[in-house]
Design a protein around this ligand. Structure first.
Ligand code: SAH
Ligand code: SF4
Ligand code: F3S
Length: 492
């Protein structure tokens, strides 16, 4: 999923980046909550919904967990390591509770959903366990936990999208924001725990999405990333018989569903968001290769402000392994999809997720993964070795039979190849000029700006004498690169 993190290439790429929120006018609230998030961007976006629900109920955010009345951890179950990280953190927080005996500790998100009451009963690590579809019940659960009752709600829903809740932006740079457009996943990739922790796929009402994006734009944001586990299967059918017209874009007649109302596809939604304002950049994540259509690609090509960047996880380059993974495409089909993207948008950046050492993977399968990486010329990838997750199809059907040393060696080869591909991709950018959206100061110096190109590459450049601000666009000519970063100079 959507990535605002840097190009790190290890097992734990997506988790461990915890954050605490800004203090938002503490005097307005009589209690304080502290929240840390792990896992994918959807979890980070959910924490902003939780913050909104808590604000409404008299809790203000604090960055300091030692002074909090409520400590929340929004957790990830995607790999075993992700869960270990959270357990370690919970043990640390438990110690704080000893000093501050009034504080309640709650586990939110995917681990809460997977382990349910177990965290409360067997391990006694926490006071509250709340699954991803149960955040509206947080105020009641806090009251229950406060009186020493077991506070657990892990019910999954078929229709909860939190559409009406305005997220409270946490630790944001004020320029780029995430907007959830759907929840859950129906795909059942055999290695993946997400369908179990997040439930059935459902799409959010497009009106509420457009409203949220417009609000972000009006408060100074210049980039939105539309989030879902599989955004290309976004599909919303209006209840009304009237045609759905949002932002001047008419929705399609539904191809299925008996002719009631009008349907909004992901391509329609993208167009609606792109039309909010040409100054608002639009990104999205994640695309499942089987669902991304020509319609989406042509819509991307049509609007300058839809970023030319697709995260298109391949997982494996071997058709045999892809079949065991239940990804529903073959090696050839995936390569044809990459070719089609490049045909329609020759300047499009592509990145991937790759799993090394899935059940039964042979050296030949592994070579297929390396060669599909070469073919796709990924700018960047998130790379993992396979971690068996209890309850998944793969855990039930196949043996996790690749020894750890081999998994690691294969992952190492994948990482090395990706580093070479990233470098090649960056070298190709030398001498080119990119339109960069300024996100803030560079990490190293307040004399330099940091921003991104449409292709999602980080570009750092000196501020020089120009009076610019974050949230502005500027043309930057690239003359150098270090690791994952391009270095440039403002083009006057
Ligand atoms: N919905 C997104 C991915 C969500 S999970 C998609 O389909 O692309 C993010 C990534 O974690 C996956 O793409 C996969 O590469 C990796 N992943 C998921 N389950 C895993 C497991 N059991 N072991 C190792 N990596 C896994
Ligand atoms: Fe998991 Fe597959 Fe759904 Fe992605 S598409 S969340 S990998 S089941
Ligand atoms: Fe992790 Fe749940 Fe996201 S398992 S990757 S936080 S959907």
């Amino acid at each position: 999923m959507l990535e605002r993190m840097n190009h790190t290439m290890h097992e734990e790429t997506r988790q461990g980046e915890a954050y605490a929120p800004f203090v938002n006018d503490p005097s307005a609230y009589n209690k304080k909550f502290y929240i840390e998030s792990y896992g994918c961007a959807m979890n980070f976006a959910d924490s902003e919904i939780v913050a909104s629900i808590l604000n409404e109920n008299g809790f203000g955010a604090t960055r300091n967990f030692e002074e909090a009345d409520l400590i929340l951890i929004n957790t990830c179950s995607i790999r075993e390591k992700a869960e270990q990280t959270v357990r370690k953190r919970l043990t640390e927080l438990r110690k704080v509770k000893k000093h501050n005996s009034g504080a309640l500790i709650g586990v939110l998100g995917c681990m809460a959903e997977r382990l349910k009451g177990k965290l409360l009963e067997e391990e006694k690590l926490v006071d509250m366990v709340v699954g991803p579809d149960a955040y509206r019940s947080l105020p009641d659960l806090i009251t229950e936990a406060g009186t020493g009752q077991k506070a657990v709600n892990v019910l999954l829903s078929r229709d909860e999208t939190y559409a009406d809740i305005s997220p409270v932006r946490l630790d944001s740079n004020g320029v780029a924001g995430f907007v959830s457009i759907m929840r859950g996943c129906n795909n059942m990739c055999s290695f993946c725990v997400v369908p179990f922790t997040r439930g059935r796929e459902r799409s959010r009402d497009p009106h509420s999405i457009i409203r949220e994006c417009t609000d972000l734009f009006n408060s100074g944001y210049r980039e939105v990333t539309l989030l879902g586990q599989n955004v290309d299967s976004y599909y919303w059918v209006s209840e009304n018989l009237n045609s759905t017209q949002i932002n001047g874009v008419s929705a399609n007649s539904p191809s299925t569903g008996g002719g009631r109302g009008e349907a909004v596809t992901f391509a329609n939604l993208l167009e609606m968001v792109a039309m909010i304002d040409p100054l608002l950049r639009v990104r999205f994540s994640t695309s499942h290769p089987k669902d991304i259509t020509d319609d989406v690609l042509f819509t991307m090509a049509k609007y300058e402000n839809i970023c030319k960047y697709i995260h298109l996880p391949v997982q494996s380059g071997s058709t045999r392994v892809l079949q065991l993974m239940n990804r529903t495409y073959t090696r050839e089909w995936y390569m044809a999809k990459v070719d089609r993207i490049m045909e329609i948008m020759p300047d499009c950046g592509i990145s991937s997720d790759i799993i090394a050492g899935f059940c039964t993977e042979t050296e030949e399968d592994h070579q297929d993964t390396l060669s599909i990486m070469q073919h796709s010329k990924y700018d960047m990838s998130y790379m993992f070795f396979y971690s068996e997750r209890p309850g998944t199809l793969a855990a039930r059907r196949y043996q996790d039979d690749i020894p750890e040393a081999i998994k690691k060696r294969r992952l190492d080869e994948i990482v090395k190849l990706q580093n070479a591909l990233s470098r090649e991709s960056n070298l190709k950018d030398l001498g080119k000029t990119f339109k960069v959206l300024i996100e803030g100061n560079s990490k190293r110096s307040d004399q330099d700006w940091m921003g991104r190109s449409s292709q999602n590459k980080v570009i750092v450049f000196p501020k020089e004498q120009y009076q610019l601000n974050k949230g502005q666009y500027v043309m930057v000519k690239v003359h150098d690169c270090t690791g994952a970063t391009l270095i440039g100079k403002i083009e006057p």
